[in-house]
Design a protein around this ligand. Structure first.
Ligand code: SF4
Length: 405
């Protein structure tokens, strides 16, 4: 990717190490979410204002304090010379505001930091989020407090903590030594045991830096496959050069950049499972299933489903089925044709909106918009003139496109 900006000059970065993978991921993109509305004041962030959807993950940074001093640290915890910590009133205000945005949908409420467990309001914040009706409350944590005390784990579970996003960069103390704590892997194992015993689900979160931790992709997956009762998900998060790494040089950024295509290939090469262009899909395909679930629950449902409409290059995912007793395993797309399933569900979702066509002789606004966006994103496959015609409501043009991914 090369960008030219009159203010900041030329910028060059790597999008993928496999063009076919990028093509596949963009082709599977289901289209943008609805326009963001009714939140102009909350999300008015200039050029970074939220334009589509209503969000799927609400990250609440409870404190910038931390009991570690890592490099990398995405938010430069402990280093900025002042403490910024939310009061409980501020936490409540954030969660109350999140409930005001329409349509009301579930979101993952992720308490983060710094280290969120150091906030004096950690338990209260979880409790309040659950009371508001958010059913996926999470803590992004280094695990130290959870390793120290089984009681702390139990209290968090009883307050309503459902998942911990556990920082977990690799297998063994050496693979974690860049975090500057000698026995960090032992701490992680203790945290996993305590949290599992308390009933909290565990997501391993691996910060991947090319040339530094990418050799741990395979061993971490193997660890999860060996412990299927304790580990629910793995989230590989390519390093973002922010916080302590903001001043990175172009050379180092290119060397350490880790793309989604890197990851799909590392999984195949290091573990011998999954095919990059068969088994990986943009995270946003979940919106197709969310739309379907919303239809099934009907318009009177108290909450809509969580729906993520992020750009196809923002995140990808796959699912493995593992027999928890025998540990036998297969990638789900090995036995389900996911693209065909998505196409069928999309047809059902669109058909359910056709009632408006009968009433008004043209597709309802949501269907029209969705179809236009399927066509225009992400690679502008349709000529702009066609997109404009449909946007004006030229229905015959639209018919030929329906169902195109
Ligand atoms: S544990 Fe997380 S917040 Fe704390 S220093 Fe490390 S990366 Fe930063």
């Amino acid at each position: 990717m090369i960008k030219e900006c009159p203010q900041h000059g030329r910028y060059e970065d790597m999008m993928a190490v496999d063009a076919k993978f990028l093509e596949h991921i963009e082709a599977m993109y289901p289209g943008r979410d609805i326009d963001a509305h009714n939140d102009r004041e909350l999300h008015n962030h200039g050029t970074s204002s939220i334009k589509y959807g209503r969000g799927s993950v609400l990250t609440v940074d409870l404190t910038n304090r931390c009991n570690m001093m890592c490099d990398p640290c995405f938010m430069d915890a402990n280093q900025v010379g002042f403490v910024h910590e939310l009061t409980f009133e501020e936490v409540k205000e954030i969660l109350d505001n999140a409930c005001e945005i329409k349509p009301r949908r579930q979101m993952s409420v992720q308490f983060s930091g710094g280290e969120p467990t150091l906030s004096p309001f950690f338990m209260d914040a979880i409790r309040y989020a659950r009371r508001k009706g958010f059913n996926s409350t999470q803590a992004a944590t280094n695990g130290i407090e959870f390793a120290k005390s089984k009681d702390f784990c139990r209290e968090a579970y009883e307050a309503g903590l459902r998942y911990v996003y556990l920082q977990f960069d690799g297998i063994g103390n050496d693979a974690n030594s860049h975090r500057q704590v000698g026995n960090l892997f032992d701490v992680k194992l203790r945290a996993i045991d305590n949290l599992h015993e308390a009933g909290v689900e565990i997501v391993l979160v691996v910060t991947v830096v090319n040339g530094m931790t990418n050799d741990q992709v395979g061993p971490v997956i193997q660890f999860a496959m060996d412990n299927p009762k304790k580990i629910s998900f793995i989230s590989f998060q390519p390093v973002s050069f922010t916080g302590r790494d903001e001043e990175i040089t172009d050379d180092r950024r290119l060397r350490q950049r880790y793309t989604l295509a890197h990851m799909a290939h590392d999984v195949k090469n290091q573990v011998g499972i999954t095919e990059p262009t068969r088994d990986w899909f943009p995270i946003s395909v979940m919106s197709t299933f969310a739309d379907f679930a919303d239809l099934v629950h009907g318009p009177q449902a108290e909450w809509g489903q969580m729906s993520c409409g992020c750009h196809p290059n923002c995140g990808v995912g796959t699912a493995l089925m593992i027999n928890k007793e025998t540990k036998e395993m297969a990638a789900v797309p090995e036995f389900i044709n996911v693209p065909a399933l998505l196409k069928d569900i999309t047809k059902i979702n669109d058909a359910a909106r056709e009632v408006d066509v009968k009433h008004h002789g043209r597709p309802c606004a949501a269907q029209e918009l969705r179809s236009v966006r399927r066509a225009e994103e992400p690679s502008h496959r349709r000529p702009a003139q066609e997109v404009r015609q449909v946007a004006r409501g030229d229905w015959p043009q639209l018919r030929g496109w329906q169902g195109t991914p």
